[in-house]
Design a protein around this ligand. Structure first.
Ligand code: ADP
Ligand code: MG
Length: 275
């Protein structure tokens, strides 16, 4: 099989697209589980008030659980809220709770409101003997302050694109926001990866969307596409990633392949690390 090398520095990847239902959360958790399967230490930060990533990783996240809300608003250290997924000791999660729904508004009046996740993550990583190889941030479907916090904390943006009509709608707005953050808040930020999700190769439309995305973003789009698969959509209701739920299913194999590609490519900043 492919030779993969763990990154020597933590790669912080934010999974973002302001459209809902394009596969952000599914990608965040299944990629995280696949990376952990390859031997990487992975931290998933659930930044969506819906808490779907926490649920999929079987992480308790009822209202009384310390969560990313407490980190962003009350400056709890990340180490106090991180939990380990039952799927793997390498797979950890900073859960979201329903309180996060108010954070978008509460952050507006906070000091350094765009930097709060970045500061918390830097503080956390700097004291660890064995920091995670990957931090994967699952964003809410909006371009508000929670997503801005993710963009400010990350180096890489991973954009899942659903292979359907209107797939590219809103993409220019998203890329515009990334450029704005690059310019004003985080010069390291770049779109490293685009992943085609829910691909149904039997339809001409899916093929056309895939071709169009590849023609615009030949460098960013992964070779691997994620097929539409019932197993992928079933897994969260069992509190599992598809990697644990049905590791040999087409969806699981595709996410594993995507993880290998992401490891092999390295960051765009440091292509020498990719080989
Ligand atoms: P987002 O986080 O962007 O809102 P989700 O990851 O929650 O999107 O996915 C939206 C819905 O599509 C969910 O019900 C999820 O189970 C389903 N889904 C995502 N990826 C696939 C796939 N490859 N095959 C089948 N269903 C999928
Ligand atoms: Mg989601």
């Amino acid at each position: 099989g492919a030779v993969v090398e763990l990154p020597s520095e933590t790669r912080v990847i934010t999974v973002s697209n302001q459209k809902g239902g394009v596969g952000k959360t599914t990608t965040a958790v299944n990629l995280a589980a696949s990376l952990a399967d390859l031997g990487a230490r992975v931290l998933v930060i659930d930044l969506d008030p819906q808490g779907n990533a926490s649920t999929a990783l079987s992480i308790p996240h009822s209202a009384d659980v310390p969560s990313i809300y407490d980190v962003l608003i009350d400056e709890f250290p990340l180490s106090e809220i991180i939990q380990t997924s039952p799927e793997s000791p390498l797979l950890t999660c900073a859960p979201s709770t329903i309180h996060l729904a108010g954070a978008e508004i509460e952050l507006v009046t906070q000091v350094a409101r765009e930097h709060r996740l970045r500061t918390a993550l830097d503080d956390h990583l700097s004291v660890l003997d064995e920091p995670p190889h990957f931090v994967i941030i699952d964003c809410p479907p909006s371009l508000g302050l929670l997503t801005i916090n993710a963009f400010t904390a990350a180096q890489e943006v991973l954009i899942p694109i659903q292979c359907e009509y209107y797939a590219l709608e809103g993409l220019s707005q998203l890329l515009g926001n990334v450029r704005m953050i690059q310019k004003h808040l985080n010069p390291r930020l770049h779109v490293s990866t685009i992943l085609l999700t829910m691909y149904d190769g039997r339809t001409r439309l899916a093929q056309q969307v895939a071709e169009e995305v590849r023609s615009h973003f030949s460098r960013e789009v992964l070779d691997t596409v994620i097929p539409r698969s019932v197993r992928v959509s079933e897994a969260p209701s069992f509190g599992q990633t598809v990697i644990a739920y049905d590791g040999q299913s087409a969806g699981a194999l595709a996410y594993r392949e995507a993880a290998v590609e992401i490891m092999q490519r390295g960051t765009d900043d440091t292509p020498e690390k990719a080989s």
